[in-house]
Design a protein around this ligand. Structure first.
Ligand SMILES: *Cc1c(COP(=O)(O)O)cnc(C)c1O
Length: 465
């Protein structure tokens, strides 16, 4: 049977453009000003040039792209974003965005419920994980102005950059052999009494490791520190933690409800285009730190305007609309948005198990979420570095249809040794291979990805012997 109700992005886009154009018309027609008119032919020429230039990209949307944390948004999110952007509401204030402010409240509630957060929370969408983390750490600094912020050595690099912006001092806590925050090292620091906030990462950007949040929460309660959780990448795995992640990992996801603040990026695992982060706070009283006077923005409603509780001023209502529409179709349940994550997770485990049987490739560590790190079997750090890089480069060459894209990740000899990989240390770091399997389609691609890279690794290893 022919499926004639298959998702058709052109149809969706036409539908929303037509609807928004007639919505505009209902206010009475007017001509675009002469200063901004352009012929259809000229506009089309420029857009043709644009789409031509966009050839210069890697195929982030395709399962043969198994490299960085990049994928295309869902067509529903694209159409919803486009429709809303044509009106361009600004979720700074209710006056500027009555419809999309309501949508934002709705999606925030859904995300807070996913984390099992209390119903009364303070939070909002942001442009990105970086701005969301910045905001959470700004509040942390306001609460404990003289204290330090601790995060693991594998925390996102922006945490140390933000400490420069905020004028805080950050302490780096060592990681264990799985890339998770080392609890003994953390407790050593907590004992000094100097730490005000501990940042736990649920899903590190490099390895996808999940910090032991349940234990961090317990230690933090004992030593009286705040806990901020950066789940920019990993947060949506909460949906599948109980039934599809390791028991220990699930225990830590279950502790999210105890966090003082949480950050998640719908533009990573929430099917959204960029410009989509979110921050949540448990304690409503932190609202006092946002006090500001804005004589020109808040008119029509005495309800809370997002602008009153966020660092940024203007913010795209289109982002809220895109999440809202996406979650209508893929709700925050294991069967909804979780269904895709189950496949990504399976893809990582499947590939890990294929690699475990290979003579040419070996795993760096067992994937905890959907990021796989692996390496060619070599004798020295320098040949590891060289062959990893050659695999990445050579796999990505040739006709588009044959290309496979993977990424690299830099490791040090002690990190390899901690994973029982002992190489001749003729250099102080080497690249290994890294694949973020964040598209559910990856699960069907893994045999092909593995076979191609395994053969290539075999060839390059014997060539270099
Ligand atoms: C991606 C990421 C960030 C940064 O978020 P952006 O949205 O890229 O600004 C922060 N922390 C973690 C763990 C991430 O994966």
């Amino acid at each position: 049977m022919v499926n004639d109700d298959k998702l058709d992005i052109s149809k969706l886009v036409n539908q929303v453009v037509d609807s928004i154009e007639s919505l505009k018309d209902s206010y009475g027609p007017f001509e675009r000003h002469a200063s901004q008119t352009v012929s259809n032919t000229r506009a089309s020429e420029v857009l043709t040039e644009l789409t031509g230039l966009l050839e210069n990209n890697f195929p982030y949307f395709h399962p043969n792209y198994a490299a960085q944390m990049l994928k295309a948004p869902h067509p529903v999110a694209v159409a919803a974003y486009l429709a809303t952007m044509m009106l361009n509401p600004n979720n700074h204030s209710i006056d500027a965005s009555p419809a999309t402010t309501a949508m934002e409240r709705d999606v925030l509630k859904q995300m807070a419920a996913m984390f099992e957060y209390p119903e009364d929370f303070l939070g909002h969408l942001t442009w990105s994980g970086t701005t969301a983390n910045l905001e959470a750490l700004w509040i942390a600094r306001e609460i404990n102005p003289t204290k330090l912020i601790a995060h693991s050595a594998d925390a996102h690099y922006t945490h140390s950059r933000m400490s420069e912006v905020l004028g805080t001092t950050n302490v780096t806590i060592a990681t264990d052999a799985f890339g998770r925050m080392n609890l003994n090292a953390l407790e050593e620091q907590l004992k000094t009494g100097s730490i005000g906030t501990v940042v736990a990462t649920m899903g590190t950007t490099g390895l996808g490791a999940v910090d032991p949040l349940a234990d961090i929460v317990e230690l933090s309660q004992r030593y009286g520190t705040r806990v901020h959780v950066d789940t920019a990448y990993g947060g949506f795995f909460k949906l599948i933690a109980e039934n599809h992640l390791d028991e220990e990992t699930a225990r830590h996801f279950a502790a999210l409800k105890h966090a003082d603040s949480i950050v998640v990026d719908p533009h990573k695992h929430g099917l959204q285009p960029y410009g989509s982060g979110a921050v949540f706070f448990r304690d409503l009283s932190i609202g006092k730190f946002y006090k500001h006077d804005s004589p020109y923005t808040y008119f029509t409603s005495s309800d809370l305007h997002f602008g009153e509780i966020q660092l940024e001023c203007s913010r795209a209502g289109a982002s809220a609309a895109a999440i809202w529409a996406t979650l209508k179709i893929f709700p925050l349940t294991e069967d909804g948005l979780g269904a895709g994550l189950i496949q990504s997770r399976k893809a990582a485990l499947d590939w890990h198990s294929l690699i475990s049987k290979s003579e040419n490739l070996m795993s760096y560590q067992v994937p905890e979420l959907d990021i796989l790190t692996y390496l060619p079997v070599t004798k020295s750090m320098s040949s590891l570095d060289q062959i990893s890089n050659e695999i990445m480069v050579q796999a990505s060459q040739g006709p588009k249809i044959d290309q496979i894209h993977v990424a690299t990740y830099s490791v040090k000899p002690d990190q390899l040794a901690a994973r029982n990989i002992n190489l001749q240390t003729d250099t102080d770091h080497a690249r290994i291979l890294r694949s973020v399997l964040m598209k559910p389609e990856h699960v069907d691609w893994v045999p092909h990805l593995h076979q191609t890279l395994d053969e290539l690794a075999g060839k390059l290893i014997s060539y270099h012997q």
